[in-house]
Design a binder for this molecule. Structure first.
Ligand SMILES: Nc1ncnc2c1ncn2[C@@H]1O[C@H](COP(=O)(O)OP(=O)(O)OP(=O)(O)O)[C@@H](O)[C@H]1O
Length: 379
């Protein structure tokens, strides 16, 4: 009895040591603080629309991503939010090289990786990993958890030589808060939250620097969502990870993000820090999205004005001219149809200084704060 207890203790000590080593090697590979680890410029992805069976003719294109630019700094989390179909997943696939962009550039640590191939592509795929939305379908039901988490080592044996893989997998299970003894179990033996932990462990296996998480908690019960988000925050601190965190739910993104980008019909329409976006949004679309987020305080909930947008999101195969949002915007004027507003600090706020909450990029000709998102207190 005593012997079994002490050998478990030794195994635990070994795991702790291994985790420390893992964290150290991450730190050693870290990039100069402050410089963007990822720079995305004018990223475009058009999916061709074809007609005909034998002789396929291109009759148009779905403009899934239509000129997206952002920076991601080391250790930072950039949240990307927007309704279904606005192009969030396509951005994720472009960054992780699951799709090739039509135009634009992606730089990783200053190197242009947009069209990386061969060995360079392999290195990119190792350093920029994806965590998927649905832990129920993204894990192969016929593979054990150990094989699922260890599979990336087949492609990158330099990270874990064959004899060392089992230990590494157990270590990864421990890192994400699962019992290393579960290594031989199958996905169906785990809950949704546990499965997402397995997906995260797999994403961590190659010791990436960037994780692109596409709606990682959207398929989970609300009670479990916070646990997985907390785990991701802990892992970020422990391994110095940078995250692109994609979600349609503004409240989840708020909790984890340092900065948030709001997407509409293939474009980023507003980017800012948590305070800038949630307390001082200046783009009408952000204001409409925020007005739909439930407020826990019933008094405030009763006071706030809900902005109900007219109509549906237009087809990305045929987006409106000028500002893509203008067909649903209560502020739209002729200028909005003729001139696309750039994603920049709006002219209206040219007399404000960096650090003031309204001084952030917003792609609207008539950007302004809207106090009525939560109405004034009645006395
Ligand atoms: N392989 C493809 N071929 C053609 N069109 C595509 C393809 N992938 C995505 N699209 C289209 O591009 C647009 C953006 O899709 P995307 O999946 O990036 O949006 P999303 O914001 O992630 O939405 P969701 O949350 O529903 O996944 C949609 O209109 C979609 O139908």
């Amino acid at each position: 009895m005593h012997g079994e207890g002490s050998s478990r203790k030794v195994a635990r000590e070994e795991l702790i040591q291994a985790r420390k080593l893992l964290a150290k090697s991450h730190a050693e590979r870290s990039y100069a603080a402050g410089e963007p680890i990822l720079q995305v410029r004018d990223l475009v992805k058009h999916f061709p629309l074809t007609q005909g069976v034998l002789f396929k003719r291109q009759v148009g294109a779905v403009k899934a991503v239509d000129g997206v630019s952002f920076d991601l700094r080391k250790g930072e989390t950039l949240g990307i939010v927007g309704e279904s179909g606005c192009g969030k997943s396509t951005v994720a696939k472009l960054i992780t090289h699951l799709e090739r962009p039509t135009a634009g550039t992606i730089r990783y640590k200053g190197n242009d990786i947009t069209r990386a191939s061969g060995r360079a592509l392999k290195a990119v795929r190792r350093n920029i990993q994806m965590v998927f939305q649905d832990p129920y379908t993204s894990l192969n039901p016929r593979m054990t958890v150990g094989d699922i988490i260890g599979e990336p080592f087949d492609i990158h044996p330099e990270v874990a030589p064959k004899g060392d893989r089992r230990r590494k997998v157990r270590e990864l299970l421990d890192v994400v808060g699962l019992n290393p003894e579960y290594v031989n179990r199958y996905p169906h033996q785990f809950s949704g939250g546990q499965r997402q932990r397995i997906g995260i462990a797999r994403g961590l296996a190659l010791r990436p620097e960037i994780i692109v998480a596409d709606e990682p908690v959207s398929a989970l019960d609300v009670s479990v969502q916070a646990q997985v988000v907390n785990l991701m925050e802990r892992l970020q601190d422990e391994f110095g990870l940078s995250y692109v965190f994609i979600a349609h739910d503004l409240s989840i993104v708020r909790h984890i993000s340092d900065r948030v980008g709001v997407m509409y019909l293939g474009k980023l329409v507003e980017v800012g820090t948590e305070t800038e976006i949630y307390e001082h949004p200046t783009h009408p679309y952000t204001q409409a999205l925020l007005s739909a987020v439930p407020v826990p305080d019933p008094e405030a909930e009763g006071r706030r004005e809900r902005i109900v947008l007219e109509g549906d999101v237009p087809s990305p195969a045929n987006p409106p001219s000028g500002c893509h949002f203008r067909t649903r915007c209560w502020k739209a004027q002729q200028r909005c149809a003729e001139e696309e507003p750039p994603l920049a600090v709006p002219e209206t706020f040219s007399d404000t200084l960096p650090g003031e909450a309204v001084h952030h990029p917003s792609a609207c000709h008539f950007a302004a704060e809207r106090a009525a998102v939560v109405g004034p207190v009645e006395t």
